[in-house]
Design a protein around this ligand. Structure first.
Ligand SMILES: [Zn+2]
Length: 102
């Protein structure tokens, strides 16, 4: 096996990672911890696409439109953010993204 940069593929993209490739047959190998690290980076970059999509109805609040977020989703994505916490909301392509305020 020789050291090589391999592409790990995810539903919404790919990520280059250090691994090994057999020069004879092309078989590729990665250490488990490299895979775990890459999965963490991929999740942060959104390479899994929309995870666990939930259907919601948009609701009206004054002149604004609001959407409810369940505690499980908040815990998974925003570290358990609660009403009153500040978040950043913006457009990313044709999606709206909500993330913890820096
Ligand atoms: Zn081989």
């Amino acid at each position: 096996m020789e050291r090589a940069i391999l592409d790990l593929h995810f539903p919404a993209g790919k990520l280059p990672v250090k691994g090994w490739r057999c020069p004879a047959c092309g078989e590729e190998d990665l250490a488990a911890e490299q895979v775990a690290d890459a999965q963490q980076v991929a999740r942060r970059l959104g390479l899994y696409g929309i995870e666990g999509p939930r259907r919601r109805k948009l609701q009206r609040s004054g002149t604004s439109t609001v959407v409810t977020l369940d505690p499980t989703l908040l815990a998974e994505a925003l570290g358990g953010a609660v009403a009153g916490d500040e978040v950043e909301v913006g457009r990313q392509g044709d999606a709206i993204v909500i993330r913890r305020a820096a």
